[in-house]
Design a binder for this molecule. Structure first.
Ligand code: RB5
Length: 146
């Protein structure tokens, strides 16, 4: 995986936002690995969380974006995998804090709840923010051991 690559996946509810964010990521110079879905036909969000889980297994330092209608189902599904720390975010602050405090490696978005500009804001904050470590490191470590 080139260093500057992010994986993205969505169900049908998130398909259009996935397409728009993929374009935005290209404009930012970020390579996008599109794990589907590739159309508006109804699909099941757990399948796309599973695809993301496989991708993060293959790319342990990689980051991903998962989208469904509310962001809820796909974030629940993603957090079933112990190597994923998925954060459902609705604004730039939560996206930034998910990186700084929780070392989130997957950003989840609800396409039916936020607009494209807010989604872009979430993505840019998620990508530009770094894990602060320190007092947060032990807490994140505990997540891995649960
Ligand atoms: C699909 O209609 C919708 O239920 C799904 O995208 C998501 O919102 C589930 O949490």
């Amino acid at each position: 995986m080139p260093k500057n690559t992010i994986a993205i996946a969505a169900d049908h509810g998130g398909f259009e936002l996935k397409q728009a964010l993929s374009q935005y990521l290209h404009e930012l110079g970020v390579e996008v690995c599109d794990l589907g879905t590739h159309g508006l036909e109804s699909v099941d969000y757990p399948d796309y969380a599973m695809e993301m889980s496989k991708w993060i297994t293959a790319n342990p330092d990689g980051k991903g974006i998962l989208i469904c209608g509310s962001g809820i189902g796909i974030s629940i599904a993603a957090n079933r995998f112990s190597h994923i720390r998925a954060a459902l975010c609705h604004d730039s602050l939560s996206a930034r804090l998910s990186r700084q405090h929780n070392d989130a490696n997957v950003l989840c978005l609800g396409a039916r709840l936020i607009g494209i500009e807010t989604a872009k804001d979430c993505v840019s904050n998620f990508l530009s923010s770094k894990f602060e470590g320190g007092r947060h490191a032990g807490r994140v470590e505990k997540l891995s051991n649960m």
